[in-house]
Design a protein around this ligand. Structure first.
Ligand code: COA
Length: 258
């Protein structure tokens, strides 16, 4: 386990904590490499149903990419640093639900990482923004593509062209986060949500995520055909047989992930 990325297990929920609080959990190469490695392990771990990602300390989720690493890099170095596997894409395509637990500054690559997760839960004290424009840069972690899909082109333009920060309540209003809790309740409430999801069939969760993610790239007719095919795929599972049987017998289902 790396010092800059802590991994905790709480039943079927794995909690990843980016642990550079003195640098507001900025994403440096060490954090990115550790995240890629641990996500690979968690993807294979049948004991993990849901992953929660957060930042250490009370001040920041992730205050963006480590700006110090931009100095002295050639465009070729930067291209190598931004080549696959990238944590943003790994989150989006991860075979299990990933929840961003946003405990403070959620800026730049941090906001892009949150947008790559499946659900965003924020503390009421969190602040959001894409300040790259102030550095003479644009977002490079998928932000220009993911943000318009989440909150529309106009709001994305406003945030990315000004570099302004917005509070959690406003982020919720425009659809950048799904849920906001008082900061003191963030962990408890987020874990409650994570456990509720992790108690479902892992196989069905995986297919549900795949179907919903397809909406980001497919035209609607193709997406609906894809959904039908995936529906028929889960129709053949033991978990579907168990889920239907349990409903008819008025008892909780016991999922097998098959
Ligand atoms: N990369 C590297 N270091 C960062 C960082 C980043 N993205 N964000 C914050 N830090 C560091 C600061 O340099 C400072 O380090 P130091 O104590 O060694 O000087 C430490 O984290 C604390 O940050 P500080 O700026 O003192 O806190 P603050 O409360 O005054 O301001 C922010 C908080 C988030 C407004 C400010 O840190 C900031 O603007 N960060 C950059 C955000 C950004 O542009 N992200 C996109 C990067 S592409």
């Amino acid at each position: 386990m790396s010092d800059v990325l802590l991994v905790e297990r709480d039943g079927r929920v794995a909690i990843l904590t980016i642990n550079r609080p003195d640098k507001l959990n900025a994403l440096n190469t060490e954090v990115r490499d550790a995240a890629v490695k641990i996500l690979g392990e968690l993807a294979e771990d049948d004991g993990v149903g849901v992953v929660v990602i957060t930042g250490a300390g009370e001040k920041s989720f992730i205050a963006g990419a480590e700006i110090g690493e931009f100095e002295g890099r050639t465009p070729f170095d930067q291209r190598d640093a931004m080549s696959s596997p990238r944590i943003f894409d790994l989150m989006a395509s991860f075979p299990k639900p990933v929840i961003a637990m946003i405990n403070g500054f959620c800026l730049g690559g941090g906001c892009e990482l949150a947008m790559s997760c499946d659900i965003r839960v924020a503390a009421d004290s969190a602040r959001f923004g894409q300040p790259e424009i102030k550095l003479g840069l644009i977002p490079g972690g998928g932000g220009t593509q993911r943000m318009p899909r989440l909150i529309g082109t106009g709001q994305t333009m406003r945030l990315m062209l000004t570099g302004d920060m917005i509070p959690a309540a406003e982020a919720k209003e425009i659809g950048l986060v799904e849920i906001v809790h008082p900061a003191a309740e963030l962990r408890e409430k987020t874990l409650e949500l994570a456990h509720k999801i992790a108690a479902k069939s892992p196989l069905t969760l995986k297919i549900a995520k795949e179907a919903i993610r397809a909406a980001e790239r497919l035209p609607i007719e193709d997406g609906i055909t894809y959904e039908r095919d995936l529906f028929c795929l889960v129709f053949s599972t033991e978990d579907k047989a168990e889920g239907v049987k349990a409903f008819l017998e008025k008892r909780p289902a016991e999922w097998k992930g098959r």
